[in-house]
Each structure stands twice: as C-alpha cells, then as structure tokens.
Design a binder for this molecule. Structure first.
Ligand SMILES: Cc1ncc(COP(=O)(O)O)c(C=O)c1O
Length: 464
C-alpha cells in the first residue's frame, strides 16, 4: 500500500515542481472563499484512493510556494534537496527522539549536530543542547533554564520573586510571550531602546538593571538578538556579556534568524563573545536551508538543561543512560526527528558548504543594496551586514505594494516597520538564488508598479 502512495507522492511532486517553474507565485484563494473553492471537509465515510489523490493534488497546487525564486516573504525559503531527502526519511522511519531505544542512531545524529554547533560557538566540553520546535520555543528553553539557575527551588515553588527580563525593543515577540507563559509576566519585560541601526543600547541596559535592583526587582535574564526580525541587526554580545557577568544574570543569544553566522569566517565577528553567553539558539530552518522546523538551543553548561527538563518516568526510560535518552533534556516528551534533515544536508555539503551558504546570503543582500542605492526611485532603510534589505519604492506605501504583489501572484514579500518608518522587508535568505534572481525581483516589482499605477497610487484601497 505504501508503495502505491509513494508512487503518487512522486507524481504529485513532479507536477508541483513543473508548476513552480511556470508559476512561481500561486494565485491566492481569498481566505473567506477557501471552503467554497476546495473540498476540505471531513465526512463520516471515506473516499476512494483515486479521488483522494485528485483532492490532495488540488490542495498542493493551490498552496503558497515557498521554494521558488519569487518567495521572499519570511525568514526561510528555497529547497535543499539533501535536507528534503533526510526529512522524508524521518517521516518514513517515524522515530521519537526521547529514547535511544526508540531512536537509535538518530540520537547519535542529533548529538553530533549539537556538539558541532557548540564547537562553532566556542563552548567547551560541558556544553550541550536540544532541538526545539522553533526559535520561539528555543527562547523559551533558555528562559526556563535562566529562571531555574536564578533560584534553586523555583521550579518547585513557582515564581514568587519579581523576575525581570531585559531585551531590545526590536527583539522577536517570543521573548514577551515566553515571559507570560512562564508566569514572569509581560509587564516584567524591559524593552531597551535601540540605535538608528536597531542595535540595543548597552548603557541603557545597565541603567535599567541598576534601577530595577534599587526598586526591589530581581533581574535574571538578558536576551540579545543575532539578527533582529525586521532589520537583521546584531546586538553586541561581548559588551552585554560583561554586564551579565557583573550583575550575575543569564545571557541568551537569540540567533534564530542569523545565529548561523557562526559558520562564517567573514561574519562570525557579528556574534563576537558568543562563547561567553549562557545559551545560544540558531534556526537551521532559516539561514541553513533546512525544512521547517529545525531549531537548535545549546547551553554552555549542560547541567542547566537537565536541571530544568529532566523528569523520571519508568514507563519511558528503560534502557541506556541519560546521555543517550534525549528526552531528559527536551521540553517535549514525544519529539519529531528534526535532526536527520539537517544532518543529511550538512554531511552532503560539509561545514564548508554551510559556510558558503551563509556568505552567499550576505553577498545577495549586498547585490540588493547596491541596486537600491543606484536607483533614485528607492529609499533604503536598512544597513550593511544584514540580510534584511528594507526599502520603499516611489513612495508607495509598503503594505499596499506587498499586498497587491501577493494578490496578483507576482511576488511574495512582506513589509515591516522600524521606529517611524514602514517599508518592504526583502530577505535574501534563499541561498539557491543568484544575483540574477535578486535583480529579477526588482524588475518584476518595477514592471508591476508601471502596469498598476492607478491602483497603487490611489491611496484609498489595497483591494485588488
Ligand atoms: C530573532 C527571532 N527569534 C525567534 C524567532 C522565532 O522563530 P520560530 O519562527 O522558529 O519560532 C524568529 C522568527 O522569525 C526571529 O526572527
């Protein structure tokens, strides 16, 4: 039976690959019409295989295409075939990563990835990590470890101190959300202002910490971002580490977006001092081209991982030691194998190949910035050494431009805002792209504006 379905998988995938070449952006179905356009309903009785295949193919063909050279909407993109191969194998194998008994060599694969990431950061032998379901959850893991490191019994007694989190005003929303999930509370998050490049102001950080101490609060956690979500800015790790040490606070580097610079000789300096941080996260599903999700969180001292996440369960842990039963250091119980897809990619390209991917993304961003700087119809809002290229074109409101490009199935690109400005956020994260794809993006955008002048310069509506 599986053979027949795998044959069908192959044929639907081939159709999709062909369709992607002709139509890199799929015409969206208006959300409110979705249930009329596609048969998504679940019924009491099942359907014949042939009918199922047709319905599946229809849904696949209408789904947004994230692997093409016209998708720039989020902080991931492209399709690395060796990583896809690994991911497909993990679906076929269907292991769960909590024990060696059930996951076997997959445990070794995950441990190898974690060890290599720790080495790249510059952590020593005491370091270790886990793979979490996304960068938000990696940040959560870090915050929980920090809370438990702050006070020995807090995981039993619950949060009674007025714990305070420090992060920049431009950090990812998961920092505040996690503070709320942890019972610390969103109001206990201090958002430190940033400079004109989106980098956290360190002297302000220290002032806030000192003030909070005087006011009877308990600072416990500083987050710095390696690649802020909109501007792609890097907070200074080295300087923050000094403050964290002085005040005895946990320092976490949220490298979900651009922490992969640890692979690059040219850009590693953007996280200089990372080895002094207590924890570091990086999403392989962003700069490292691995299918969503593969988020790695490592701690300088592995004792904090087991301190916060180990739990005894006779029904689960029945063979092998804690070192090989990865459930002892993860937030989940049953856990998908997110390691294999990254391993097949890494094994195939080598560390050198991943380094080239990272460097190439910065090169593509340079291409985009050069294009913008040489064309007076554009305004550039972002800075060098970032793979987020933020701009406006001919003064057209970014929301309107991005929404119409999407509705007309021309380009998938999003908008963002920073301080007073709103702009198109163009992200050069798809390392499958070349210089010509970047130039093509601007040409498609410019042609579209030329053809749709009336609609675009009419300020009242964004409806296509
Ligand atoms: C800086 C930063 N941290 C965390 C996240 C969250 O990662 P995920 O989407 O994998 O939860 C993002 C996502 O864009 C991010 O940019």
């Amino acid at each position: 039976m599986i053979e027949k379905d795998l044959d069908k998988f192959r044929s639907i995938t081939n159709s999709l690959l062909e369709a992607e070449k002709k139509e890199p952006v799929v015409k969206p179905i208006p959300a409110e019409q979705l249930l009329q356009v596609l048969d998504l309903g679940l019924e009491e009785n099942g359907i014949e295989d042939e009918e199922l295949y047709l319905k599946l193919q229809e849904v696949v063909m209408k789904t947004p295409r994230t692997a093409t050279n016209q998708f720039f909407n989020q902080l991931f993109g492209g399709r690395k075939s060796k990583a896809v191969l690994g991911d497909l194998m993990s679906v076929i194998l269907n292991n769960s990563m909590y024990t060696y008994k059930v996951a076997g060599p997959m445990v070794g694969i995950e441990k190898e990835i974690l060890r290599k990431i720790c080495n790249l950061i510059g952590y020593g032998e005491d370091a270790d990590g886990t793979i979490a379901p996304g960068g938000s959850m990696s940040n959560f893991v870090a915050m929980v470890m920090a809370r438990d490191a702050f006070k020995k019994d807090i995981r039993f007694t619950g949060v009674q101190d007025k714990l305070i989190v420090y992060t920049s005003a431009d950090c990812h929303y998961s920092i505040a959300k996690n503070a709320s999930l942890m019972g610390v509370g969103r109001d206990q998050v201090r958002f430190i202002p940033t400079n004109e490049k989106g980098v956290m102001l360190i002297d302000q950080l220290e002032k806030e910490i000192e003030k909070d101490k005087v006011d009877g609060y308990s600072p416990f956690f500083i987050n710095v971002t390696a690649g802020t979500t909109v501007m792609g800015a890097f907070d200074p790790v080295e300087e923050t580490a000094k403050i964290a040490k002085k005040h005895n606070l946990w320092l976490h580097v949220d490298g979900a977006y651009c922490g992969a610079v640890i692979f690059s000789n040219q850009y590693k300096h953007l996280v200089a001092g990372a080895e002094k941080a207590d924890s570091f996260s990086v999403n392989a599903h962003k700069m490292l081209g691995t299918p969503v999700t593969c988020s790695i969180i490592v701690a300088k001292d592995k004792k904090y991982l087991s301190n916060s996440f180990a739990a005894d369960a006779k029904y689960l842990y029945q063979t092998d030691g804690d070192d090989y039963n990865l459930g002892k250091t993860s937030i989940q119980c049953g856990r998908r194998n997110d390691a294999l897809k990254f391993w097949t990619l890494w094994k195939s390209l080598g560390t050198e190949g991943l380094r080239n991917m990272v460097d190439h993304q910065f090169y593509l961003a340079d291409v985009a910035r050069d294009y913008i700087r040489n064309n007076p119809d554009y305004n550039l809002y972002s800075y060098d050494k970032s793979i987020s290229v933020c701009f406006n074109y001919k003064g057209i409101p970014a929301e309107k431009l991005c929404t119409l490009l999407y509705k007309h199935a021309e380009l998938m690109v999003g908008f963002g805002s920073f301080q007073e400005d709103e702009f198109v956020r163009f992200v050069t994260i798809n390392a499958d792209n070349g210089k010509e794809d970047i130039i093509n993006f601007f040409k498609v955008l410019e042609d579209f504006v030329e053809k749709n002048k009336e609609e675009l310069f009419n300020l009242n509506s964004i409806n296509a």
